[in-house]
Design a protein around this ligand. Sequence first.
Ligand code: NAG
Ligand code: NAG
Ligand code: NAG
Ligand code: NAG
Ligand code: NAG
Ligand code: NAG
Ligand code: NAG
Ligand code: NAG
Ligand code: NAG
Ligand code: NAG
Ligand code: NAG
Ligand code: NAG
Length: 660
Amino acid sequence: MASIPVLLLVLVFLLSVDYANAQTNHSNNISLGSSLSTDANRTSWLSPSRHFAFGFYPHGDGFAIGIWLINQTEKTVTWTAKRDDPLVSSNATLELTRDGLQLRVGAVKNITYIDRAPLRKTASAAMLDSGNFVLYNNLSVVLWQTFEKPTDTILGGQNLSNGDLMVSSVSKSDQTKGQFSLLMQTDGNLAAYLVNSSDAPSSNSFWSSGTDNSGTDVMLTLNASGVLFLHGDRLGVRILASSHYPDKKNVTIIHRATLDADGIFRLYSHHFESDNSSSMVVEWSSLANQCEVSGFCGWSSYCSGVGSNNGPCKCYPGFHFINSSNKFLGCYRNFSDNGCRRSGPPAMLSRIVSLENILWGDYPYSSVQMKKNDCNISCLEDCNCAVALYGRGSCDKYKLPLRYSRASKNISATAFIKVIWKNITSPSIPFHSETVGPKIERGLILILAITLGSISCLCFMFAIYTIFRYKHQVYKYRSLSENTNLGLIEEFTLRSFSYNELEQATDGFKEELGKGTFGVVYKGTIPGTVGDERTAGYFYLAPEWKLNAFISIKADIYSFGIVLLEIVCCRRSIEVNVPTTDEIILSSWVYDCFMAGELEKLVEDENVDFVTLERMVKVGLWCIQEDPALRPLMKNAILMLEGTMDVPVPPSPVRSLVVS
Ligand SMILES: *[C@@H]1O[C@H](CO)[C@@H](O)[C@H](O)[C@H]1NC(C)=O
Ligand SMILES: *[C@@H]1O[C@H](CO)[C@@H](O)[C@H](O)[C@H]1NC(C)=O
Ligand SMILES: *[C@@H]1O[C@H](CO)[C@@H](O)[C@H](O)[C@H]1NC(C)=O
Ligand SMILES: *[C@@H]1O[C@H](CO)[C@@H](O)[C@H](O)[C@H]1NC(C)=O
Ligand SMILES: *[C@@H]1O[C@H](CO)[C@@H](O)[C@H](O)[C@H]1NC(C)=O
Ligand SMILES: *[C@@H]1O[C@H](CO)[C@@H](O)[C@H](O)[C@H]1NC(C)=O
Ligand SMILES: *[C@@H]1O[C@H](CO)[C@@H](O)[C@H](O)[C@H]1NC(C)=O
Ligand SMILES: *[C@@H]1O[C@H](CO)[C@@H](O)[C@H](O)[C@H]1NC(C)=O
Ligand SMILES: *[C@@H]1O[C@H](CO)[C@@H](O)[C@H](O)[C@H]1NC(C)=O
Ligand SMILES: *[C@@H]1O[C@H](CO)[C@@H](O)[C@H](O)[C@H]1NC(C)=O
Ligand SMILES: *[C@@H]1O[C@H](CO)[C@@H](O)[C@H](O)[C@H]1NC(C)=O
Ligand SMILES: *[C@@H]1O[C@H](CO)[C@@H](O)[C@H](O)[C@H]1NC(C)=O
């Protein structure tokens, strides 16, 4: 009798052991139909070591799906699914199906896949101790794994393959895509970029491994013992960093290399002791100085390592933080930056504040050798100049915004920042410890005002005269053609076309006749005036027409520039019968000649005053800048043509985006 209860007890014990085993292994071998839910008790699948979890983690007012390193106080997310998708609300279920991981949100049958395994072959899944989440087929062959889709982190045993990239997160707690990328380039270089500039590699990376041209098979690997290295056939093994933490019994070490939200690539090691205590060590950083990360501080602010008790980002004088609780977003000035639009000479409204030991990444629109104080005055008097940088005898003038600025004791350059006085009547805005530019006397102001007033008046009268003369000419042509009934009115008179007319005439800008450096010429036809005869026409459009961008008065300045160059060179803007193909498009030919110092080519054997010629060419080139903001106002174009205003050296009319 006594034996029966004993037997039962043993059975129950065996059953419970079996049950316990099944429970433990369930987390590592996830079978079809298993699911996680934001509302149920099981929101994640753990790795056998219980250091990693896959599933829903709370984020903002919803949930994200990903993998994280478990820590009682603070979890470290190592992978996130569909980072930029909207957050999952509560009431969501994640289920393992033959098609892959299926996400269902709410009562609606709204199904999306985290990733689709090919051909409905998923048989099981596992959260591995390495931090890799894997989908298998029925033969335990890996169909899909998170290790192949790194977000901002690689773990021990993971690679960053050739051509792949990692993108930093917005912050430690927000895994959506941030500003920086780390690219394993096909030239063998591992390089870090600002995200939006990664289309122009190697010229503007702010950090790189320096292994360019070392083969097209180079790969980045973090191995299980914490060695971070590049390897390839030709390169061999190039170790970037290795973990120094000694191996200890009873301590689990997990290595991780992350492109952090601040743009620095770091190697970390996490230590889990048997008594549940844990720690984290930064083993290596790609850059020691945060300010070397270009774009770390936003536009019109600069990164300064010294005295950074308020964080490293500071606004330029006269600017304010866009958001004072997030100083990385950059700074702004709350008034228009175009001093020239104001009624009065720019010098009346602005002054210069100087800042030492500073540098930034854009290209100047003008660069001239001069004395330091002349540079200060030159920027003050040039209404295009927002800030000038003086170094090594050269005065470089820039427009806003300024990017990638940093201050450092090692940089020997002085910035002159133009500060606009909002109130002419209260001319002292205090800026302690900074030098203030030249003071303008009241008398001088009066003289300048009167002079400028008279000039504007003259210009106005000149314009009226020109318009009347033009109308008169048109009238003469009209009556000529009407009398002789040539039917060629369109050839003799100027006509303005609307955008729709142009679009129709060119059949939607279909046939491109030629593309110069600065514009595109389209073939079009305009219905003739006699019968169905048709006249061929050429159109020279300001680039913003094609870009569907905002069309302003500056489009007319562009046309003015083209006509000016046509007059100077005595030829049409497009001329097919020319000795070399370089000469077909007038604007690009003129710029080439100007840069080469061969302006005489433009006028052939004519006897001209080269100083005037150069001035006219420079004004023409300013007017045809692809960036409308760079084109001068008509008033200034006239002042420059007259010689009353200095003409800076024009940049290439093609918009250029240049980074340090
Ligand atoms: C369950 O997992 C443990 C290690 O995690 C392993 O030793 C054991 O063999 C597994 N059991 C089964 C039934 O797979
Ligand atoms: C969650 O667990 C609690 C007790 O721990 C239980 O009362 C509840 O029913 C569980 N909910 C679900 C959806 O399993
Ligand atoms: C969750 O879904 C159920 C139906 O499946 C629905 O009745 C309930 O209102 C939903 N809850 C929320 C918070 O959306
Ligand atoms: C389905 O879910 C996706 C993301 O989870 C969402 O963008 C989409 O709007 C949803 N569609 C419907 C019909 O609810
Ligand atoms: C695995 O699945 C394939 C079909 O996808 C089937 O033909 C094969 O028999 C299966 N093998 C095992 C071991 O279940
Ligand atoms: C997962 O478990 C199933 C049985 O429950 C087994 O057939 C399959 O091979 C296991 N998969 C892996 C990857 O261990
Ligand atoms: C990483 O690369 C090595 C060497 O090429 C390879 O053996 C290994 O399988 C790769 N790891 C993963 C997770 O793909
Ligand atoms: C990158 O460019 C896209 C579109 O051009 C923009 O939406 C995004 O905000 C930019 N990102 C950064 C970090 O500037
Ligand atoms: C990691 O790489 C280093 C250097 O190549 C090597 O000495 C070490 O044995 C590797 N460790 C593992 C676990 O592969
Ligand atoms: C490792 O842990 C086990 C139990 O968790 C303990 O008995 C052993 O002494 C520990 N070894 C060391 C070197 O701390
Ligand atoms: C766990 O979190 C605490 C508090 O943030 C931190 O000090 C510790 O280093 C973390 N441990 C690991 C292994 O990341
Ligand atoms: C400008 O000056 C007027 C009076 O002189 C004053 O009322 C106003 O607050 C000033 N504005 C600024 C922005 O200083």
